[in-house]
Write a protein that binds this ligand. Structure first.
Ligand SMILES: C[S@@+](CC[C@H](N)C(=O)[O-])C[C@H]1O[C@@H](n2cnc3c(N)ncnc32)[C@H](O)[C@@H]1O
Length: 286
């Protein structure tokens, strides 16, 4: 079913599969009942291929931790800060539109490859999934000009926006990443938020990451960039930035410490979660 997708789009089946597995745990960090459907039959195969080849069978907790971290930030943006416009950049098979509570008047734009979004819409229609907000899929190439399509879909640039860039930045070159940040910033009213996950360049270049990077490259979706100073990367565009390393008190959820001890996932070190705001907001209150 994922056969129409390019290799990079297929990574969304992989992350959906990891969320389905998390959903099945008694101590799950979030509920994602639609993830198994959206993973298709291919997602579990990709997931087990990576865990078997690169991680010695050890499960990487990063996906569960980052999902919960971003869920909590979205809830706070909605209920505490009153944001009503959300853009998920490289949304993939994300189902937050269907599983989180949303305030009345909330709009969510999901940006991703057209083929991936078509597959997702078809699968969701099969089960009659109902979103709690106005959700608008916007098929684009994020490295090839996407802002016009977002505007045409009803995005309001004068309203503060919550940007979620989850599971994308490391797939971009430095130039593509910086262009994307520039484009998001140009569309961001004061009070906007930007959340993302990323990795240090130092970690990316380390021996511990070698097997992971080789496997990602031969699978057709190489990790191409990292950043050792995300505050400077975003600060240059006016964003006030805080960074939570996985395993820090706010990004652990009881999952990280054990994983750090497992040799198979040593390559997950150096990964972190970014929270940034444009003046008018407050990163510390996220
Ligand atoms: C690892 S998945 C992450 C999906 C989702 N955010 C998640 O966390 O499950 C990466 C996603 O980035 C999307 N993507 C990568 N490069 C893209 C591009 N140039 N244009 C549009 N989407 C892109 C892929 O299609 C895929 O859905």
């Amino acid at each position: 079913m994922g056969g129409v997708l390019d290799p990079l789009a297929r990574t969304a089946l992989w992350t959906a599969s990891m969320r389905a597995r998390e959903h099945a745990r008694a101590d799950r960090l979030f509920e994602e009942p639609l993830a198994g459907l959206l993973a298709t039959e291919e997602g579990p195969l990709i997931m087990s291929g990576f865990e078997g080849d690169v991680q010695g069978g050890v499960q990487d907790p990063a996906l569960a931790v980052r999902t919960r971290y971003f869920d909590d930030a979205i809830r706070r943006a909605d209920t505490i800060r009153g944001l009503r416009q959300f853009v998920f950049v490289a949304a993939g098979m994300d189902t937050r539109a269907y599983r989180l509570g949303w305030s009345e008047g909330s709009s969510l734009f999901e940006l991703d490859r057209p083929a991936l979004l078509d597959l997702k819409s078809g699968l969701l229609a099969q089960v009659g999934a109902q979103s709690g907000c106005s959700v608008q899929p916007v098929g684009v190439d994020l490295t090839g000009g996407w802002t016009t399509a977002l505007a045409a879909a009803g995005f309001i640039s004068s309203a503060p926006t919550f940007w979620l860039v989850e599971g994308l930045l490391y797939f971009l070159t430095v130039d593509e990443r910086d262009t994307l940040i520039k484009e998001m910033t140009a569309l961001s009213a004061p009070g906007s938020w930007l959340l993302a996950d990323y990795v240090t360049q130092t970690s990316l270049d380390s021996d511990a990451m070698r097997a992971w990077r080789v496997k990602m490259a031969v699978s057709g979706h190489p990790w191409q960039s990292g950043c050792d100073d995300p505050a400077a990367m975003l600060g240059g565009h006016g964003w006030a930035t805080t960074v939570a390393g996985y395993g820090s008190p706010e990004a652990d959820f009881g999952r990280w410490a054990a994983a750090e001890l497992a040799p198979g996932v040593s390559g997950t070190r150096g990964r972190y979660l970014i929270t940034a705001t444009l003046s008018g907001g407050s990163a510390s209150a996220v």
